[in-house]
Every structure is written in C-alpha cells, then in structure tokens.
Design a protein around this ligand. Structure first.
Ligand SMILES: Nc1ncnc2c1ncn2[C@@H]1O[C@H](COP(=O)(O)OP(=O)(O)O)[C@@H](O)[C@H]1O
Ligand SMILES: [Mg+2]
Length: 254
C-alpha cells in the first residue's frame, strides 16, 4: 500500500498563527483640511498570542484611539486589522459587537460596574448575550470571581467593596467569556500603590495561564511588569519592542 502514497495528496496541516493583533498601515483621521487630526498616522503593530504588552507614550499620541480600534469599539479610516486572523477593519457595528463579545475582555480605569447589581450579577452580565443557561452563567461568574480572589464577596454591591475589589470584579467580568485578548486602559489609574500591585498580580497570573494582555499605562512602574512596551509618538509606533530596561533611556531622552 505504501507505494501508492502520494505525498502531494496528504492533507496539509495549517501552521498555527501566533498573531493575535495585526495592525497594518492603520490611519485614523478626524476632520479635514486645516482641522485635520491624524490620531493614528500609519500604525503597524503585531502582538502575538501569549504576550503581555504595554502601550505607552505622551498624551495625545494615539494610545486610546489605537486601543479603541484594537478592541473593536471603533474602525480605522484606512488600513488592515486582523484580530485572531479575522479581518475586522471594515466590519459594521453589529459584527464588531459580536466579535468583541466573543474575543475581547475590557478593563477600564473607572470600573464601570452597575451599582444596583451584586458582584456576581455584574460578572454574569456579559453572558446574557452569549446564550448561556442561567445555571452556567452563575457557575462561570462564581468561578471567575474566585479566580480574582473574591469568592467570599459574591453578593456584595460595588459600594460595599474597596476600589481594588471593584477593579477585580471588573477583571472577573472581562474574563468570564474566556476572551483570547484582555485589554486594559489605565487599569491602575484610580488605584493606590498596594491595590495596583494586587491588580498587576492578577494580570500576571492570567498572562501566565496563556491569556494575551495589552495595557495602556502612563506609569513606568506598571509597565515594568509587562514583557514588552510599544511606545507611541504623534500617532505612530516609534518603538514596538522596548524592554522595561530600555524604557528609562527612551523616556529620559525625550
Ligand atoms: N473624536 C475625536 N475628534 C477629534 N480629534 C480626536 C478625537 N479623538 C481623539 N482625537 C485626537 O487624536 C489624537 C490622539 O488622541 P488619543 O488617542 O486620545 O491620545 P492618547 O490616548 O495617547 O492621549 C489627539 O490629538 C486627540 O486630540
Ligand atoms: Mg488616552
């Protein structure tokens, strides 16, 4: 039989891609003529599966604009964006909302929890759109809260929790749908030093368990916890792979 084997007919095994974020020549232009603002001016950025990356740069350099596009909250004016190999740059709002719910978890500086709901109910919310049974929603939300160290605070409302605990509820909500990508925009901006360390410890643990984490921060001490820093200036990525050790040199030289 073996002499009949024709290697050209063997099924080809697809090479697993490692790019979770692939931004190619991304422009985001507001206004026109004299008032034109190039918030993103030819951004190229690749983040591979499993990376822990921070985005830094001066105020107005395009960090939030880039995060909104990466997070499928906004579309570029032009350019290609492949999220987990899916071409999302020109998707409409409904398609973007769907892909966002499936693939992305968000953590913001202000925790954006609903005050009238318990921690558990807040974490169950993202699954409302994911056609998950009530029991499974309850179980998965409980599991996510245990994972961030809040297993004993399930029924507390946000006002009954400290800032750090509220941010941990927000992290549980972000991971409950098992996203491939966790995005955080200044997640420690409203927290004190001690609580910042707690939140960074959770991000570190999520990353070690395989989740890709991308975080905007203006704090060097926060960025130092990540493996890699992308440095934005004037709507462009001027350094895509700074190590925390190289950061001082860049920041001091500016
Ligand atoms: N909706 C908008 N309309 C007009 N200009 C905007 C808008 N959003 C952002 N910009 C401009 O784009 C540039 C980049 O903004 P942003 O991404 O918020 O920067 P960063 O987050 O790095 O501070 C800034 O010059 C900002 O004023
Ligand atoms: Mg910003």
């Amino acid at each position: 039989m073996s002499q009949n084997l024709n290697t050209q007919e063997l099924p080809t095994v697809p090479t697993p891609t490692k790019k979770i974020i692939n931004l190619e020549h991304i422009f985001k232009i507001y206004g026109s003529g004299d008032t034109e603002v190039r918030a993103l001016n030819d951004v190229n950025l690749i983040v591979e599966t499993g990376e822990y990356c921070s985005i830094m740069g001066p105020s107005g350099s395009g960090k939030s604009t880039a995060m909104n596009i990466i997070g499928c909250l906004d579309r570029p004016t032009s350019g290609n964006y492949y999220l987990d190999d899916i071409d999302v740059a020109q998707m409409d709002d409904k398609q973007l909302a769907h892909i966002r719910n499936q693939k992305i978890g968000f953590v913001f500086q202000q925790f954006h929890l609903l005050p009238q709901l318990s921690a558990l109910e807040n974490v169950m919310l993202p699954m409302v759109y994911a056609s998950v049974s009530a029991k499974e929603r309850h179980d998965r939300a409980t599991e996510a809260l245990i994972r961030v160290g809040l297993g004993t605070r399930l029924s507390n409302k946000p006002t009954q929790l400290s800032g750090g605990q509220q941010q941990r509820v927000a992290i549980a909500r972000a991971i409950v749908n098992n996203p491939v990508l966790l995005l955080a925009d200044e997640p420690t901006g409203a927290l004190d030093t001690h609580t910042t360390q707690e939140v960074l410890a959770i991000f570190g643990e999520l990353n070690r368990s395989g989740m890709t984490v991308v975080m905007v921060t203006h704090e060097l001490d926060v960025a130092r916890h990540t493996q890699r820093i992308a440095w934005f200036v004037d709507g462009q990525v001027v350094h895509s792979h700074l190590t925390p050790g190289e950061l001082n040199r860049v920041v001091v030289s500016r």
